[in-house]
Write a protein that binds this ligand. Structure first.
Ligand code: C2G
Length: 154
């Protein structure tokens, strides 16, 4: 039984996440995913849109994933590798080199990230959309105020 292990926040689940999980699932028989808890995200300086419970439900519903568990700190990986009988630990290559110390316990593999998509970019684009919508509403309101004022004949 070849067990693959990965970790992540997986907030605003997108194709970058799903493509990684798909590739990971093809590497072995079982894919186990550590989902960053809300408190650990705070330690990572990240505020996720969805709570841990929601993110865990989304990722565990993915057909490529066999099991999810909470990732509460940076230091639990060795225990997790032993607990789940992990053959291969793998992450996207934005983490390349960061987890080589785990090679003492299992294979370590970094897979190419999916270009041009990230949770941060999605959040930025959403904030810009709402900003431009607000500006449109504001300018329409100014037009209406102008019309009302012009009709208010003395
Ligand atoms: N990912 C990817 N392509 C993207 C975006 C993300 O392949 N366009 C990968 C990342 O490389 C990572 C996984 O998807 O392996 C989850 O990414 P995040 O949710 O951003 O997780 P992160 O904050 O990197 O947390 O202990 C490790 C940390 O918990 C990793």
């Amino acid at each position: 039984m070849k067990v693959i292990l990965t970790y992540g926040t997986f907030d605003l689940f997108h194709v970058g996440h799903i493509r990684l999980l798909k590739r990971l699932s093809l590497l072995g028989d079982r894919l186990v995913v550590g989902i960053s808890s809300d408190s650990f995200n705070e330690m990572k300086g990240k505020k996720s849109f969805f709570s841990y419970a929601e993110r865990a439900e989304i990722v565990s519903s993915c057909k490529y994933v066999d099991e999810v568990f909470p990732e509460n700190n940076w230091d639990q990986k060795i225990d997790d590798i032993k607990k789940y009988g992990v053959t291969c630990f793998s992450m996207g290559d934005d983490w390349i080199g960061k987890f080589d110390y785990l090679e003492e316990y299992c294979e370590v593999l970094y897979l190419e990230r999916t270009e041009d998509i990230s949770t941060t970019d999605i959040k930025k684009k959403l904030s810009l959309i709402s900003q431009s919508e607000l500006e449109k509403i504001e300018s329409s309101l100014h037009d209406v105020i102008g019309i009302v004022k012009s009709l208010n004949i003395k």
